[in-house]
Design a binder for this molecule. Sequence first.
Ligand SMILES: Cc1ncc(COP(=O)(O)O)c(C=O)c1O
Length: 365
Amino acid sequence: MKWKEQILTLKAYQPGRTTDEVKKAYGLNEVVKLASNENPFGASEKVKECIRSYADSFAIYPDGYTTSLRTELASFLQLDEKQLIFGNGSDEIIMMISRAMLEPGKNTVMPTPSFPQYRHNAVVEGAEVREVELINGAHDLDKMAEAIDENTAIVWLCSPNNPTGVYITDVQLRGFLDRVPEDVFVVLDEAYYEYVTADDYYNALEIIKEYKNVIVLRTFSKVYGLAAFRVGYGFANESLIARLDPVREPFNVNSLAQKAAVSALSDQSFIDECRTANKEGLEQFYAFCRENGLGYYASEANFILIDFNCDSNELFEYLMSKGYIVRSGAALGIPGTVRVTVGSKEQNEGVMNAMKSFLAETVKR
Ligand SMILES: Cc1ncc(COP(=O)(O)O)c(C=O)c1O
């Protein structure tokens, strides 16, 4: 078989254990998943009603132009409809961009640790990956700018960054973009945008007007609570979108997902409530970290990376045995830490109690 050489080095995505698997393995009645930064409050009631009343024919292909969602989102963001592209999750848009631009002989610059799909897709396309270490959880934008050369096709920015939750400020972003050549594509992944409350955060809609080489990625998988439906979108200037669109698979966003996203978008008060609850949840975690002398990064997302300075896999297993699934920092490239999705107040208290007993037991040993 004539596989691409680089495919042979790749592993398929390893999904975490499901709540059912963990229940069975540990004999638990209840398991809380705080591992994938999903919305603990689910989706708006409006979405549930919309899904219950879905009566379209299943025999008909989805709307390949995503018309209703496009119209609603364009009006919500005050953009032209042609400035939008939709994906089967923003994951798919990351794949489309990589497919459209990367190949052997080209390189791509990205922060590390960050969202693993930037690297994964670049490897599939045979491009050189230039990873730049974070500094204190933040992008090292100076080093990233220095890593760009005439063969650089794409620069990836993740704000707030997964897994640290640290964001890029307006001043930092503009300072960086001013240094990026106009023919280098900059992807600004804002999967957690709706959770951000920092005053010095940039306005991505202004950014794409000023910098014609930038695309912004957002998703309905996080605060909108629609991860199961897989809807992500990108916005940029019209000519960039027109270049990218032919790479898109024709019916990539399914009919039910399109409807769900339209109704989720229409309930912004649900989004506001979730943002507020998330902020309160983060404060719970900050207080816990301070009380227990644990390092953490202040987060603008719906997760927090906590440094236990321990074997993170051991802590991960321990929390799982108590009914809480988190992400081990060992799997994220930051050993000693765990990444926890901010849950409901009760879920946060529960996982913190389990963490406290872990700390008490490890001190005893
Ligand atoms: C930074 C970042 N980008 C993109 C994604 C992918 O999201 P989607 O569900 O829209 O594919 C995630 C999901 O965890 C993420 O954390």
